[in-house]
Design a protein around this ligand. Sequence first.
Ligand code: UDX
Length: 434
Amino acid sequence: MSPEREPIGVIGTGYVGLVTAAGFAELGHEVHGVDIDADKVARLRRGEVPIYEPGLGEVLASNRERLNFTTELGPALERARLLFVAVGTPPTYSGDADLSAVHAVVEALPQPSAGSDGHALVMKSTVPCGTGTAIMRRFAEQGKGSFAYVSCPEFLKEGAAVEDFRHPNRVVIGDEAGWAGDAVAALYEPLGAPIVRTDIASAEMVKLASNAFLSTKISFINEIANVCEALGADVGEVARGMGLDERIGPHFLRPGIGFGGSCFPKDVTALKQLAGNSGYHFQLLTAVIEVNELQKRRVVGKLHRHLGSLVGRRVALLGLAFKPNTDDMREASSLVLAARLLAEGALVRAYDPVAEEQARALMPAGVEFADSALDVLDGVDAAVLVTEWPEFLALDWDAAAERMSGTLVVDGRNALDPEALRRAGLSYEGIGRR
Ligand code: UDX
């Protein structure tokens, strides 16, 4: 079959699945998106985009004739031999990945009709190393041994997912050296990225190790920032000086109030847990997680230092999403910060240009929501930049200073211009920044 016309199935239409479906439709493939959420499928069929992801709506709209959405696995299985799986694998209480949605797909897959082409399950969801082998064993038990299995982990970043689909740094494909790995490689070939072919377990590990390494980089620079703060160095200059070393590189050296999102916190814990389950204590990751937890709370210490007791103090949170250009609130640092501030007796006001609806469902009771960046600052003793949305970087700080009753601004992302704030009569406090 010509890869240009390979129909594909995508099971799960969340951030990863929907972007994958849209991306392959844009490359000219007929795509069958499957989701158990009937309401979401109805919205997708009406042309609505259920998540906030820049550029995604446009790609879906301009490729509608190739995109089909359904709650049934049947049509995908009938039309497509490659079935991408992009369902959620959230953490369980034990820190392991919850694979129930993956298992549900494996169980629900019907036996392919006799004489039909071979099918392959292509795993995009982040799963523990060893999952592919377990799924193939299950296929054999169920008499569905004609299903091939490919691990094809996803590396896209929320907020830049469409561009990341079009221009991946690499595509990792792990299989048993059969037809399915070649078919997946042919699908990705037009993107021109290096294709890394491995066995299944190694492909699963590339994903976990990559996320763990990037998280380690962030916790590392956060600790350097904290030490800079104590010693009078400027972490921005330190990171620039470090990043020019090709072996270190400039990326993921931005200190802040900790990493969040649907991947890093979950995947670091899952890898630590996975190692532990097999008898190895992954000490480094234990520290990466702990540093991240403490980093979210450091802002409270900064507020104390300037304001003393926080009882009755009004604090504004600028931004709530775990990073800009997304409405995703999963593991957002704002959730921990708001809970800590309320526990200290502070009055918490919050504003996010996009994530308010999602935030309302998750934020602790008592947080007051405002309609704009200036409104949230009305009468507050201090403001904390939590998410570096462009609108906060362009804020009129003279107008902001007039609205605030205090003068303290804590820049939790080192993203603001300290001089502009000082000119407006505000006191600036960054993370390891002079
Ligand atoms: C991440 C990985 O980058 C991606 O490859 C994987 O597929 C999913 O997880 P994502 O969670 O969308 O993507 O966002 P990313 O831009 O990587 O940021 C993750 C978190 O780290 C955010 O909270 C961000 O604010 C924080 N971060 C990132 C830092 O604090 N400092 C940095 O230097 C970079």
